[in-house]
Design a protein around this ligand. Structure first.
Ligand code: URA
Length: 319
């Protein structure tokens, strides 16, 4: 490995430790042990680019993001209490404004599993308050009117993670309510579920200008909150929708087409392993509305449901 690459890796690790805590230096793997390819860094989803209509160019990233770490051994661990920058564990300003400071309880895997629905709701409220207090999005450019925190069943067995709110989501403060959301709703229905059964969140909680793809730096600033959302909900399966969510949670820069349809995982700091099934983002599916792409998404969703013990027909509904 050359010196520049090594330096970049060390800096990246230091940044990760700063954001996620020293006990969670990320190590990742695909479940078959294949190391993710180190391919193009921080481009838009390559498959998406390839399928954009003529004359339409993808929105440019807002900054040149640093290369993600290529550390790829095993899993990533995230602290149950996210190492949220500057005020680990305690918040003061917003809490004080509401009449007291907030403490995020540290939670072991056992405690997390034993938590009641009410306790989980409370933990989520506390995390949301902490996000409001820390406002990580103020560290980068956004075009938002509302924070889109996420919604759904606090005890969901299945969680979807998207990229960032779009225009409709920004207006309403709810995730996936625009055109991509309509398709996601159809996907959920086809899986035999209701939207209220699952939990839906995004990497970024605020709308990027011109719907630009989140940069790696932006994603990493918001990652602790997403990881803690996942820790609180404790799903049995996380389905990542599109490249930014997939790359963030699996700490890879491999292409979507090489990642989708294959189980991967990351490990929360409390030891819980989160199986991840990456699939194409519904917005991409809408742009590439072919039998092939839709069939692949269906196959990914089937695998996700299989993990929950539910077998779906091989044939996509309506195919
Ligand atoms: N796209 C996303 O990634 N998230 C949303 O909430 C909406 C569109």
């Amino acid at each position: 490995m050359d010196k520049a690459r090594l330096t970049s890796l060390v800096l990246q690790q230091a940044e990760t430790i700063r954001l996620l805590g020293a006990d969670c230096v990320p190590v990742y793997r695909l479940e078959d042990g294949t190391p993710p390819a180190f391919e193009e860094a921080h481009a838009h989803e390559p498959d998406q680019q390839a399928s954009l209509p003529k004359g339409v160019t993808p929105a440019a990233p807002r900054e040149a993001a640093p290369p993600p770490t290529s550390v790829r051994p095993s899993k990533v661990a995230a602290p149950a209490t996210p190492a949220i920058p500057a005020t680990p564990g305690r918040v003061s300003a917003a809490g004080a404004a509401r009449g007291g400071s907030l403490t995020l309880p540290t939670c072991t895997a056992q405690a997390a599993r034993a938590r009641s629905r009410e306790e989980a709701i409370k933990a989520m409220e506390l995390l949301r308050a902490k996000y409001d207090q820390d406002a990580p999005h103020t560290q980068f450019v956004t075009a938002h009117h509302n924070i889109v925190w996420g919604e759904g069943n606090i005890r969901a067995r299945l969680m979807f993670v998207g990229e960032a709110p779009g225009e409709e989501e920004d207006k309403t403060g709810r995730p996936f309510v625009g055109r991509a959301g309509e398709l996601l709703n159809k996907m959920i229905t086809a899986m035999g579920l209701k939207r209220e059964d699952v939990y839906i969140a995004n990497v970024l909680k605020t709308r990027p200008p011109n719907n630009a793809t989140p940069t790696t730096a932006e994603a990493q600033l918001c990652a602790p909150y997403l990881l803690e959302q996942i820790a609180i909900i404790g799903p049995e399966v996380v389905v990542t929708l599109g490249l930014p969510a997939t790359r963030l949670l699996l700490n890879t820069d491999a292409t979507m087409s090489s990642l989708r349809g294959r189980w991967a995982s990351f490990t929360l700091a409390d030891g819980r392993e989160m199986p991840v099934m990456p699939t194409y983002h519904p917005a991409y599916v809408l742009r590439s509305y072919t039998e092939e792409v839709r069939g692949k998404v269906w196959s990914d969703l089937r695998m996700a449901m299989e993990k929950l013990g539910i077998t779906l027909p091989a044939k996509r509904p309506g195919a």
